[in-house]
Write a protein that binds this ligand. Structure first.
Ligand code: ATP
Length: 363
């Protein structure tokens, strides 16, 4: 069960101006980040943005070129020097799980507990196998387990030595899609029950949004935005974040007094987030998500919102249509599967959003 709000907890992990260079290349570029005690934070970003390098610097598998990493107030890396991984209170779950095939499940889980008293070790292993629901598999070889079970063994092994911070590197990448969704819930439950502070890495926005207390969106070695999943999804600070978190279309227009003229007609400025008068007259792009829009057969009497269907994707529960508005903007609309439009059909698009919209000054 989840108690308390991690947002109010003291910080457990802090990165201060952390930079990693490989020769001329900057993999991580001056990151500042605070993760609170008991919080699950996900680094989300495209391939090559520096997520794994950041995780490796927290683990001690890579040293920052400059900047500082602190765990529970103690500097574990500062300006090119640092404490080796085994002396940090940090556990890591690797993408490929890295279990020892010649040890049983219980021996794998107890692997990091060499210096524990035998009785305590046995009790700890039993508790963890119970936590991850694998008590009956204690004496098996991990080779005879399913992917999801192996992942739970890897998680139990990393949690066994009671690390302050748990790192997860693309933890679901080696699981098939259906298992992945089940394991997201399961992994979140286990992490929350142990109350460990966790940082995971993924390029899958749905995974990041569904498992995390907060998401840090990375681009090109930097963090573009950190926040709760709902907040980064609904209030993306940049076009990059908007695009990376899900299908994003942009309506172009010019702000005038209290309205903006777009391809969908005149929108009230009240609909736009955080508007101030300094933007009067500015060209802007308004973010619309597929579920903000609805397409209907073309209404010939309407002057705005008309366009041509240029894309049609069936996803099972819904259709996603791409419509090229007569103004030139291309927008995506998501409909439940009972409505059907054909490619090339003339349609009218309406804004049905019941929330304020994010927008950006035009590039
Ligand atoms: P992916 O999702 O593909 O794993 P990532 O976001 O985790 O990507 P990193 O693996 O952190 O990205 O890599 C960031 C950048 O640093 C990349 O351009 C990569 O080529 C470079 N890089 C990472 N490790 C090294 C290394 N050991 N030597 C040289 N360059 C490296």
């Amino acid at each position: 069960t989840e108690t308390g709000d991690p947002a109010d907890a003291p910080s457990m992990l802090t990165l201060d101006g952390v930079t990693k260079r490989y020769g001329p290349e900057t993999a991580v570029d001056g990151i500042d980040l605070t993760v609170r005690d008991g919080e699950l934070l996900t680094l989300l970003g495209p391939s090559g943005c520096g997520k794994t390098t950041t995780l490796r610097m927290i683990a001690g598998l890579a040293m920052p070129t400059s900047g500082q990493v602190r765990v529970d107030g103690e500097a574990v890396a500062a300006d090119g020097d640092g404490v080796p991984p085994e002396q940090r209170d940090v556990g890591m779950v690797f993408q490929e799980f890295a279990l020892f095939p010649h040890l049983t499940v219980a021996e794998n889980v107890g692997f990091g507990l060499d210096d524990w008293d035998a009785d305590e070790r046995e009790r700890r292993v039993a508790d963890l196998l119970d936590l991850v629901g694998l008590s009956e598999f204690a004496d098996r070889s991990p080779e005879n387990l399913s992917g999801g079970q192996r992942q739970r063994v890897a998680l139990a092994r990393s949690l066994a030595p009671e690390p302050e911070v748990l790192l997860l590197d693309e933890p679901f990448a080696n699981l098939d899609i259906r298992l992945r969704e089940r394991m997201r819930e399961e992994v979140r439950r286990i992490i929350k029950e142990t109350n460990v502070t966790a940082v995971s890495v993924t390029h899958d926005q749905e995974e990041a949004l569904s498992i995390s207390d907060r998401v840090a969106v990375m681009n090109d070695g930097q963090i573009e935005q950190v926040g709760r999943p709902e907040s980064v999804f609904e209030h993306p600070k940049s076009r990059f974040v908007a695009d990376f978190l899900g299908q994003a279309s942009f309506l172009t227009g010019r702000l005038a007094e209290n309205h903006i003229d777009t391809g969908l007609g005149t929108l009230s400025a009240d609909l736009l987030q955080g508007l101030s008068s300094e933007y009067d007259g500015a060209r802007i792009d308004v973010l619309v998500r597929p579920d903000d829009l609805r397409a209907t057969p073309c209404d010939g009497d309407r002057r705005t919102g008309n366009g041509t269907l240029v894309g049609r994707q069936y996803t099972g529960p819904s259709f996603v249509y791409a419509v090229e508005l007569d103004t030139g903007d291309v927008v995506h609309c998501e409909h439940n599967h009972s409505t059907d439009h054909e490619l090339g059909e003339r349609v009218t698009v309406d804004l049905v959003a019941d929330h304020t919209l994010a927008w950006y000054p035009a590039e």
